[in-house]
Design a protein around this ligand. Structure first.
Ligand code: NAD
Ligand code: AKB
Length: 317
């Protein structure tokens, strides 16, 4: 029986993953944790075990894992790309020193450890189209630096200590439950909120800038399916390219206009986030994930748009 600790459980991914894991494995088997309690997450906090946990406190991570007999850690605590550029040391501290605490506890307590990487692990001299699984990784953001180093660190803990580490390189994730935590792909979430509220959106990412994206239900399936995958089939265990779609802001606006014809898209480009977006791939090759553990996303841009607009219209009523 799995006993799963989720760190960063009140974030964009964790807030939905925790509830899905509780449905799948039973409420008492999923220990949600967060550095601090945040308003609006009462249902999650009350539906199963919850711990206030800072992953930079290795002793506390160990105490929580022992207290609940945890055998799987899903480490979602992190600082994302745009916030990371404002405070690079904090980004390094959480994404690297926090991660090594998790891996050390994983080693001592024999836990499986899942840690997401990102398209941010690529950089300006990575081949941008159909970006291969194994290729040049020289990112230009501190977040990207921590993601490449994290992939390699997880490989090291697997090879050196036999920790069952696994991970994917997520693209921008789109969801309606919890707002994103300060990344470059966040425009692709904000656009839906503004489409429902105002029928127009001003994008901080410029026309023509393509990035990989994925709808949250597919991202949750990716985590669970990779966690459950037969380890003997995993060649790229910590850094699988996964994607569901690739688009630029105007293509997302076209998809929204199929449902809200009067929707208008304007631009007010933020040069920091634009430079980050331009350093990331246009589209990933996710063949390795498809071949090694059956990755197969269900949502494309139009089916995602339909669901996002339906769910947000109900939520923002
Ligand atoms: P998020 O910012 O929404 O949530 C992260 C959570 O971690 C926040 O609630 C934050 O309070 C918490 N946190 C920060 N420092 C902490 C610490 N020291 N101890 C405990 N908690 C701490 O992020 P997310 O979008 O849910 O991302 C989760 C993981 O997925 C991250 O590793 C991120 O890099 C990766 N990822 C996310 C996306 C995306 O589009 N959301 C894309 C690629 C990769
Ligand atoms: C970000 O934009 O920082 C994240 C990511 C792609 O890692 N959404």
């Amino acid at each position: 029986m799995r006993k799963i600790l989720v760190t960063g459980a009140l974030g964009q991914i964790g807030s939905e993953l925790t509830m899905k894991l509780r449905d799948t494995y039973g409420n008492d088997n999923i220990i949600a944790s967060s550095r601090r309690i945040k308003e609006g997450h009462e249902k999650l906090i009350e539906s199963g075990p919850f711990e206030v946990l800072n992953i930079n406190d290795g002793k506390e991570v160990s105490n929580v894992v022992r207290k609940h007999n945890v055998n799987t850690i899903i480490n979602l605590a992190a600082i994302l790309s745009a916030v990371g550029e404002k405070d690079p040391l904090a980004c390094w501290n959480v994404n690297m020193n926090g991660l090594i605490n998790i891996l050390e506890v994983g080693k001592e307590e024999k836990c499986q450890v899942f840690t997401p990487s990102s398209i941010a692990a690529f950089g300006p001299n990575t081949p941008p189209d159909n970006t291969p699984q194994d290729t040049i990784q020289r990112p230009s953001t501190i977040y990207g630096v921590t993601k490449v180093a994290g992939e390699i660190l997880c490989d090291y803990y697997f090879k050196k200590f036999g920790v069952d580490t696994r991970g994917v390189r997520f693209p921008g994730l789109i969801s309606y439950e919890t707002l994103p935590g300060g990344g470059t792909t966040d425009y692709a979430v904000h656009i839906y909120y503004d489409a429902v509220k105002n029928k127009e959106y001003t994008s901080f990412i410029d026309k023509g800038t393509k990035m990989d994206m994925m709808y949250m239900p597919d991202a949750l399936d990716a985590i669970i399916n990779l966690m459950e995958a037969d380890p003997s089939k995993l060649i790229h265990r910590n850094a699988f390219n996964v994607t569901a779609m690739s688009f630029a802001p105007e293509e997302l606006a076209d998809s929204i206009r199929k449902i809200i014809p009067e929707f208008k898209l304007k631009y007010d480009v933020d040069h920091v986030r634009q430079a980050i977006a331009e350093s990331w791939p246009n589209s990933l090759d996710d063949t390795a994930a498809r071949e090694e553990w059956g990755w197969n996303p269900k949502y494309d841009i139009d089916s995602m748009t339909k669901d996002m607009l339906e769910k947000l219209s109900a939520k923002l009523k």
